[in-house]
Design a binder for this molecule. Sequence first.
Ligand SMILES: [Zn+2]
Length: 164
Amino acid sequence: MSTFELPKSIEPLKFCQKAGRGGQSILSGQLDVGQNLAIGELLEGPDKPNHSVVVQAELIFGQDQMGFSMVTGELHTQIKLRCQRCLGLFDYPMDIQLSLSPVSSEKELESLPDYIEPLVLQPDGSLLVSNWLAEELHLALPMVPKHENREMCELTLPKGVTLE
Ligand SMILES: [Zn+2]
């Protein structure tokens, strides 16, 4: 685990081009994206508005066999979600695999084959890292967060209270 703080903004295409075909350029570190996660009630709720969500990231920049720029790697974090069965909070570990091709124009986006997911950059080629990581977490969240089973819900309820 790296405790290096990721830069606020990066230029993924430059990293990929620099690494070249078959090459790799690795950026690993962490970033608190709590301010960028507007998940409201699904998360910690109004009782804790300024939560911190530290994402551990390993990002690998390079080019695939076809010469497409690719950002691969992993994100790891743990967030608190509110169970929609018992309304208790529970820790939800997130481990996300990335495989995206950075594009900075409509034209580049259109030239990507269907099987490659785009990573859309600003027109100047920059990417705000915290916004992006928060978006990746959003995409990986469960639609309806719940404890794994009813027994785990019962454990979080105050004594004497049972689920209907
Ligand atoms: Zn529950």
